[in-house]
Ligand binder design. Structure first.
Ligand SMILES: Nc1ncnc2c1ncn2[C@@H]1O[C@H](COP(=O)(O)OP(=O)(O)OP(=O)(O)O)[C@@H](O)[C@H]1O
Ligand SMILES: [Mg+2]
Length: 234
């Protein structure tokens, strides 16, 4: 469903993603784990066309999308939830969701009601201003907004950021449930291996300059937490 083949991505002359290859099968949930600055966000931006790779191939299904504009990639059903979330502060929860619905270019099952069903707190707070929400509520809103576009692929950047451990577990559970239910392919990037374990079944361990140091299952992480701690240097 998503395939990166030997991609190289730069910021100016800074060569951040170096010869990166990875793959996420349709319907799978996969994480990229790595510490600060290894290139996790840039990997997602490379897929989304926000920082297009200079070399290599990005495949979404059968389409080779490297060089495409982000909105064109979004139209294939790819939703990107950035770590900063980008909630519209002047709009209420419901207005944020309705705007996403109005901008959706794909038909599908997602409605306001369905988002509120998965994230009841958003329904309760539907009239609250976007920035009056807690970090966790903002994360749910950002995910809810992505769902309104009826994605077949979701790219999540550090969904655990700024959330309490309890809320992290809850969001992880809801997201993995709805991805299974709707057959959404999930690629998330994280520093927190506990949320990666809760959301994904397979994990790429990313080191400096996007070098993939290994690929492990959730069970392997559970069996050898030292491995992951060494990789993440925590
Ligand atoms: N806009 C930018 N211009 C120049 N360099 C950048 C830019 N954004 C990121 N970088 C650099 O690219 C490298 C990878 O950054 P990236 O944001 O992809 O890392 P990350 O793994 O997501 O880190 P974090 O866990 O801190 O979010 C870092 O060295 C960073 O300093
Ligand atoms: Mg990042």
């Amino acid at each position: 469903m998503i395939k990166l083949e030997n991609i190289d991505t730069y910021y100016g002359s800074s060569h951040v993603i170096q010869d990166l290859s990875l793959e996420v099968e349709a319907g799978a949930a996969v994480s990229i784990l790595g510490r600060n600055g290894v290139g996790k966000t840039t990997t997602l931006r490379s897929i989304m066309g926000l920082t297009p790779p200079k070399d290599g191939r990005v495949l979404i299904g059968d389409e080779e999308v490297a060089g495409w504009a982000p909105h064109k990639i979004a139209r294939l059903g790819v939703a990107y939830v950035p770590a900063e979330r980008h909630i519209f502060p002047a709009l209420s929860v419901e207005e944020n969701l309705k705007l996403a619905e109005a901008n959706a270019e794909r038909e599908g099952a997602w409605t306001l009601e369905r988002v509120y069903e998965y994230f009841p707190v958003l329904g309760e707070r539907r009239r609250s201003g976007g920035t009056k929400l807690s970090g966790g509520e903002q994360q749910m809103l950002a995910i809810g907004r992505a769902l309104m576009g009826n994605p077949s692929i979701m790219l999540l950047d550090e969904p655990s950021q700024g959330l309490s451990p309890i809320l992290v577990a809850k969001v992880a559970q809801i997201v993995s449930e709805l991805c299974k239910e709707y057959g959404i392919t999930l690629l998330l990037v994280e520093q927190n291996f506990r949320i990666a374990l809760a959301m994904a079944e397979r994990h790429y361990l990313m080191g400096t300059k996007s070098k993939i140091q290994g690929e492990v299952s959730s069970q392997e992480i559970i069996d050898d937490q030292e491995l992951i701690k060494r990789t993440l240097a925590i």
